[in-house]
Design a protein around this ligand. Sequence first.
Ligand SMILES: Cc1cc2nc3c(=O)[nH]c(=O)nc-3n(C[C@H](O)[C@H](O)[C@H](O)COP(=O)(O)OP(=O)(O)OC[C@H]3O[C@@H](n4cnc5c(N)ncnc54)[C@H](O)[C@@H]3O)c2cc1C
Length: 446
Amino acid sequence: MGHAVVVGAGISGLCAARALSGVFDHVTLVERDTFAAAPAVRRGVPQGAHVHSLTPGGAVVLEELFPGFVEELAADGGTLAGALDELEIVFFGSRLRQVPLGRVLQVSRPFLEDRLRERVGALPDVTVRSGLEAIEPITDGSAGVSGVRLARPGEPGSAEEVAADLVVDAMGRAGRGAAWYRALGYPEPRVRRLHVDVAYASCRYQVAPGALGPAKGVLIGATQTRPRGAVLTQQENDAWVLSLYGFGKGHHPPHQQQDFLAFARDLLAPDTWRGLQSAEPITGISSFAYPAALRRDFHRLRSAPEGLVSVGDAVCSLNPIYGAGMTVAALEAKALRRCLAKGTAGLPRRFHREAARAVRLPWLFSTMADRSMPQVPGTHPTLAGLLARSFQATMRAAATDARVAAAVWNAVSLTGSPAGLARPHVVAAVLRHWRPGSTTAARRKD
Ligand SMILES: Cc1cc2nc3c(=O)[nH]c(=O)nc-3n(C[C@H](O)[C@H](O)[C@H](O)COP(=O)(O)OP(=O)(O)OC[C@H]3O[C@@H](n4cnc5c(N)ncnc54)[C@H](O)[C@@H]3O)c2cc1C
């Protein structure tokens, strides 16, 4: 089927390159950054310093794309945590009942990406070219894209044109893909934004086995009255990452080790917190500001250039606290492969519709959860209060009822169908835990 160029070697670009391998005669994966010899946070993916949990649903899709991958990473030092029996998950103030529901792979983002890149680089029909930036698409005068112009960053004289039958924009949320539409004479997709004003701060620690208690991961979600959260997970080779976050300026986590730990003290169990105090920090504290969740409606464009598709965060950047971005990227890669089974004609339209389907529920759930937070502007207080009470009642039910816990976990981890949440038993349990309340009260407390 000719040549495909994937621009951006983050998780979505790696998954897309894997999906295109075997479909096109040749695939070139282009990345602006150069790669260090060992896994490391890199400039183009600053979020790599922060916790990156792969949902069990995401692990299943990655396994389909890269068979044996999960066991390989576990054998290489990664942590497999029993979900939910080896994890402590507190959402909206209630702890999810610890029922056994499969395993979660816990590794750092650089480690995951490094191993994926190794797999992709080993494919005989894929070439990985690093230290090269995509400048703009090229067109041969037809209605579509016929390649892409590349150059070494900051060296316009090094520009080269690479012909391609398909260009995949995997340049992430801040990438140029949408602007390329304008340059090609097409309208840009509509952008939906939900301002959440979340900031993260993270630090990695070397931890003696057992020093942080029996759980391999702790997730304490923000609540309406305490809009701060913490995620502490065991990753590869006895390193743990603690990521703290908060909604709204007064709740953004601090950058100094002592203040950082003080912020964590209010969230973690006393034993876990004490264990952390004696752990050795192996990185400084990294910060990441996440002002808004963002979704680009490529699927609603009436006209779009042939030969150009966008994937991953370029299409939808979900508030990271729900941990779904990599799973959606993997699902989209599978969708791209499915769409290509019908050829390249009309591919952008067909694929962007499929991508919108992969994004729809994670976007709905995460923006509903965000809208229940009084710190997130733009939602009518009555609706925000209703959402808050629904989440709280569901979690109170999930704290004691194994079937509700499983339904919640399947929905948030993108493992099974969220339809489980609508089963009569689950609805009845949630209604039993429903408590009337007032958003105004929640707002005032804050
Ligand atoms: C703080 C934080 C925590 C997160 N935690 C989780 C989590 O726990 N679980 C989860 O599933 N997801 C998480 N995510 C989301 C996750 O990082 C992304 O959704 C996922 O990695 C898909 O991103 P991507 O590959 O589309 O884009 P990116 O990861 O942004 O990669 C884009 C790539 O394109 C390259 N690039 C950009 N422009 C060009 C160009 N012109 N030419 C060449 N290359 C270019 C960049 O260098 C980069 O390598 C988190 C995100 C953040 C911000």
